[in-house]
Design a protein. Structure first.
Length: 280
């Protein structure tokens, strides 16, 4: 059995591959990721290491600033200086699976930088069939400060770059010739939905739809980070206006449920599938 990767399946059908120990240069902040992720008909809805952002790795958790260390990859935004190449990259290291099933897993990871562990993560991922043409990826991560000192999570936005509050759960979607449509229950377009708090947000490509939903009260308080025109990507921002503190031994938990559907959904269709995916 290959313990470096596993395949998520729904009724025997593969819908995602999870790589636990990718061989990547330090500058990309090596970390486990899901790629490819597909619809039930097999349409790919993720991208790995695209030319526009080599450090975008399918679906996972990426944070540009954990106490000054870069777990996102690429350059670091430095206040009054801008994006800067720094030797400050960390890595997320797979430690063990507590559970491995065809439709999901529970994993323990260590967030390590400069030779020491900053965070211990428990990651729970499950794939659930919703309809004949849609399934849901349920992704929960818990970050515990394992040091003896307070830590904080930041973003380029908290470091002086307005509108760049990325960091947390992030999904790099497949780039197509046309810009994908993006909307919430009451807003339409990248400019209108980026940075807002909304129960769910949809990204619609040529033959597929992704609907992202915060599945806990804390997660729903995080604004959405959205890109559509430059590249298709959606994240949930852990640090938008202020740094997120994590005291010694404290834990931050977030849960995102993503509907992966064949076809192009409208608002009604997206909302209905989210209700089904996130229902208790």
């Amino acid at each position: 059995m290959n313990y470096d990767s596993l395949v998520l399946r729904i009724a025997g059908r593969p819908v995602g591959r999870y790589t636990t120990r990718p061989e990547l240069p330090a500058r990309l902040s090596p970390r486990p990721y899901l790629h490819p992720v597909t619809t039930l008909s097999g349409a790919a809805v993720t991208e790995l290491g695209p030319a526009d952002h080599l450090h975008h790795l399918g679906v996972g958790v990426a944070v540009p600033d954990v106490e000054g260390f870069n777990f996102w990859g690429g350059r670091t935004f430095v206040r009054d200086q801008g994006p800067t190449e720094l030797d400050n990259h960390g890595s997320q290291r797979h430690r063990a699976f507590q559970l491995r099933d065809p439709d999901g897993f529970v994993e323990e990871l260590r967030w390590v930088a400069s030779g020491g562990e900053l965070l211990r993560e428990r990651r729970t991922v499950a794939a659930t069939e919703l309809t004949e043409s849609a399934w849901a990826l349920d992704f929960t991560f818990s970050l515990t400060n394992t040091t003896q000192d307070p830590l904080s999570i930041g973003s380029p936005a908290t470091n002086g770059r307005p509108g760049a509050a990325y960091g947390g759960f992030f999904w790099r979607a497949r780039k197509e010739a046309a810009t994908p449509r993006v909307f919430t229950a009451d807003r339409e377009g990248e400019a209108q939905v980026h940075g807002v708090r909304a129960d769910w947000l949809a990204l619609v490509g040529s033959t597929w739809t992704l609907v992202f939903a915060g599945a806990t009260d804390a997660t729903r308080q995080d604004p959405w980070f959205v890109r559509a025109e430059e590249y298709p990507g959606v994240g949930s921002s852990l640090a938008s206006e202020e740094r997120l503190p994590i005291g010694p031994g404290e834990t931050v938990v977030r849960r995102i449920v993503t509907v992966v559907a064949d076809g192009t959904l409208d608002r009604g269709g997206a909302a209905a599938l989210v209700r089904k995916a996130v229902s208790p």
